[in-house]
Design a binder for this molecule. Sequence first.
Ligand code: AMP
Length: 200
Amino acid sequence: MRIILLGPPGAGKGTQSARIVERFGIPQLSTGDMLRAAVAAGTPVGLEAKSIMESGGLVTDSIVVGIVADRVEEEDARAGFILDGFPRTVDQAAALDRMLSDKGLALDTVVEFVVDEDALVGRIANRAAETAARGEPVRKDDTPEVFKTRLAAYRAQTAPLSAYYGSLGMLETIDGMKPVDDVTTDLMAILDSHAEAASA
Ligand code: AMP
């Protein structure tokens, strides 16, 4: 199964991805995680992405499309994958369409987490506090100021993807403000119906 999770930062995509990984045994491909790994490793991609990520802007389409194209070729992604944080622009979505059709693959569904943006600032503050309490390094872009820039980037560049996938008849929406287990229930109901359709 090939799934895109769509929603602003802090909407719960990462939390729910972990549960999909467990249930369906497909990997979570998070461009944010891949870019943070590249920054930590000091690769050329990491060096280019570092300051953009720290300011809350979007890394260029060519960089992220390149890393996703490489990642989907890996063995563990053969049976499917969850895309988390990609695509983030209509151009990235079009590049993904081309990439998948070149490989003879197709997406099963796009699930959008609908959330109240005002509540997200609080969620991000909690995520930073919990990470710090575990003694782990806090993401540099999880500050209230940078978070506002990330939300603005989402609104301007990523939100149009709802209409893009809606017009292709691929979009499902869930209420991301429900308690986390209820979001999982709603999400799994959607994914189960696609898994059944795929195996029918
Ligand atoms: P995330 O972990 O998804 O919140 O991503 C963290 C940061 O990585 C974003 O604020 C962007 O700077 C960068 N990033 C992640 N995914 C993408 C993408 N698909 N396109 C452009 N930039 C991205």
